[in-house]
Design a protein. Structure first.
Length: 652
């Protein structure tokens, strides 16, 4: 049945093997009731690092063939989660070759017929069972209390509450979320016990009542955000950044506690996670949540509550609709865009426009606009965009995502007259237009990514003083590099994420550059900074550093204790580095080390293994000596009793 823990168990097996070298390829695909072959193979490709992501743009036949060819002769683990039909298995099974490599496929399903069809012998079936009373109490206790230690005065009533959940894990964790939000007092727990003790109901009815109770106990400001998630399709991976922008466009949340709107919204969704109403689908390298999903039971409850409370998304009148989101290509509107007078959010990335949709100019309330355009080399944004005075987010993509081809979105000078703008996002914008003299600063702009050949003049940077995320792409001639004035970047005192990509290799673009000390994440590509100069820079707040495609060049990298006091993730990809000289004290909190395409680097310094926080070393499997070095470090740590370090081989 739903909520019994099928996906959780499969995820534990999957996560365990993702940290070992037993399988060459691992991938996870969620099917759900609305099966799409295109979506299935696209998800499989995205899930595994062993495929080129561009394959997703190919036809379904090409994707299937590439999947088969890639899996052929390799040992793989694929999880197919939530299969509802035997037709799905008929459609996909021939593309999973069986070469006696001890590959494995895990299928989860609520239907016995599907399980019997996939494995007629039944030898590999694992039927999930409801939890025993003691298991239920252990799970509840661990979910409510981080250390698993329950105050003695709450133990007896806690066991009564756990028993009331009837052994269903989903009911237990949602109830634990309820308990986490009340005082640690027997009276408060007694109140919860009365509400979850529902004799005479079926298990399905029981979980619905518990979910409804959890919703009722949400703070009022969280309820619309939660109901909004019910608008997304079943098993949809909801990206946190998009969800936050959409909810802010709807006006669901206002900033509190001296936090920005985005920071407060992120904190609010964390509360939904703690209530176990929202599942964490994927985390970023810095540990923050990247995407959410909803359990089927929870999503049904969301939709039911939205209909009951006449939540705006259920009103089909174009005059009242406030959000339009495309989830599939080829979706159609009920009438023209400008008939949606109250529209606040239009997410049409799945819809391809040939020209800028001028109708949006007349949407006074519009705050979020995202759309894609068909592959043409230049796509100008209308000068009239400034009339959309309330716009907070402008996101424009091409259906061809390539930095090599000049697919550019060109912004008009009028963009500087939009004081409410918070996020400007495109795969690649053209160069920023010069600001008019009369323009006031865009003090609310937090994201500008990715912009071509940005000239970091004092005049430009004063116009975007509170920028937190910046992506730049340089494809100009080397002789023009001094005019980009990158040394002025240090003046962006709020900048947390910076990405710089250089297309034309040559002399270094970034020698002696002074970076903002506020940076938490830095990604560099093709910048050709000498390792010697890079080693002189201090990064007091940097947590994630990704050096890709000859970002740094040279034979030797020497670090010091002042370089990376807060660094948690280090990735080095494609470099001619030969010798890395360092000490464990230079990376005191490093958790993840990723080394790909470092063909000349023969060993990882042994002292890296002495970093107490280090959890993972992943190296390119083609560099045998580097892999041996990583395994030697792991074995040495295990000889000291430290079994927390994992070594993985990344096989391309």
């Amino acid at each position: 049945m739903g909520g019994i823990g099928k996906t959780t168990l499969a995820r534990q097996a999957y996560d365990y093997h993702s940290k070992t070298q037993h399988f060459d390829i691992i991938a996870w695909v969620t099917v759900s009731q609305n099966y799409s072959a295109q979506e299935f193979f696209s998800s499989l490709i995205v899930s595994s690092k062993s495929f080129e992501k561009e394959i997703r743009e190919h036809s379904i036949e090409e994707m299937r063939l590439r999947v088969f060819q890639t899996l052929k002769g390799r040992r793989y683990l694929v999880v197919i989660d939530d299969m509802w039909s035997t037709n799905v298995w008929d459609d996909v099974k021939t593309y999973f070759p069986d070469d006696n490599k001890k590959s494995r496929i895990i299928v989860t399903t609520t239907l016995f017929d599907v399980a019997d069809y996939v494995d007629p012998s039944g030898r590999h079936h694992h039927k999930m069972r409801l939890m025993e009373e003691e298991q239920s109490w252990d799970l509840l206790r661990k979910k409510v209390f981080t250390d698993g230690s329950c105050p003695p005065e709450l133990v007896s009533i806690g066991k009564v509450i756990a028993k009331s959940c009837r052994g269903l894990p989903l009911a237990i964790v949602v109830t634990a979320g309820l308990l986490s939000a009340v005082d640690l007092h027997p009276g408060s727990w007694q109140d919860i016990a009365k509400k979850v003790n529902l004799p005479g109901t079926t298990i399905d009815e029981h979980i619905k009542e518990i979910l409804s109770l959890s919703y009722t106990n949400l703070p009022h400001y969280l309820r619309p955000c939660f109901l909004y998630m019910g608008a997304f399709p079943e098993d949809y991976k909801i990206h946190v950044s998009k969800l936050i922008k959409l909810c802010l466009a709807e006006g669901f949340l206002e900033p509190r506690d001296n936090k920005s709107m985005e920071e407060w919204a992120e904190a609010c969704f964390e509360k939904l996670v703690k209530r176990s109403l929202v599942l964490v689908n994927k985390r970023k390298s810095n540990g923050k949540i990247k995407s959410y999903s909803l359990h089927d039971f929870v999503r049904k409850m969301c939709i039911g509550k939205a209909e009951l409370e006449k939540f705006p998304r259920t009103n089909i009148s174009s005059l009242a609709i406030r959000s339009i989101i495309y989830f599939e290509d080829g979706g159609r509107l009920l009438g023209t865009l400008d008939s949606y007078k109250m529209l606040r959010a239009l997410d049409a990335l799945k819809a391809k426009f040939k020209t800028f949709p001028e109708e949006v100019i007349r949407l006074f309330h519009l705050r979020y606009l995202a759309f894609s355009y068909k592959s043409i080399s230049s796509f100008p944004i209308s000068k009239s965009i400034s009339k959309v005075h309330n716009l907070q987010t402008l996101m424009v993509h091409s259906d061809k995502r390539s930095m090599i081809q000049p697919y550019r979105v060109h912004l008009p000078a009028e963009i500087w007259n939009m004081p409410n703008l918070r996020h400007l996002v495109s795969f690649v914008f053209g160069p920023l237009p010069n600001p008019p003299d009369v323009t006031s600063p865009l003090v609310n702009l937090q994201t500008l990514s990715v912009v071509t050949n940005l000239k970091c003049t004092e005049e430009i940077l004063k116009m975007i003083p509170n920028l937190k995320k910046l992506g730049i792409f340089y494809d100009g001639e080397r002789k023009n590099w001094p005019e980009y004035q990158l040394n002025n970047l240090f003046s962006l005192s709020q900048l947390e994420k910076l990405s710089i990509t250089v297309k034309n290799r040559g002399d270094s673009l970034l020698e002696d550059l002074i970076f903002p000390t506020s940076l938490r994440k830095l990604t560099l590509r093709g910048c050709i900074i000498s390792w010697e100069n890079f080693g002189k820079v201090s990064w007091p707040n940097l947590q994630v550093l990704k050096l890709r495609s000859h970002a740094c060049e040279g034979d030797i990298w020497e670090t010091n204790e002042e370089n990376f006091p807060e660094l948690k993730v280090l990735l080095i990809e494609t470099t001619n580095l030969q010798i890395w000289e360092t000490e464990s004290s230079h990376f005191p909190v490093l958790e993840t080390l990723l080394l790909y395409g470092c063909e000349k680097l023969r060993e990882i310094p042994d002292v890296i293994g002495e970093i107490d926080t280090l959890q993972l070393i992943e190296v390119d499997g083609t560099n045998k000596s580097l892999l041996e070095s990583a395994n030697r470090i792991r074995e040495e740590q295990e000889s000291y009793g430290n079994f927390g370090l994992q070594v993985r081989s990344y096989r391309s």
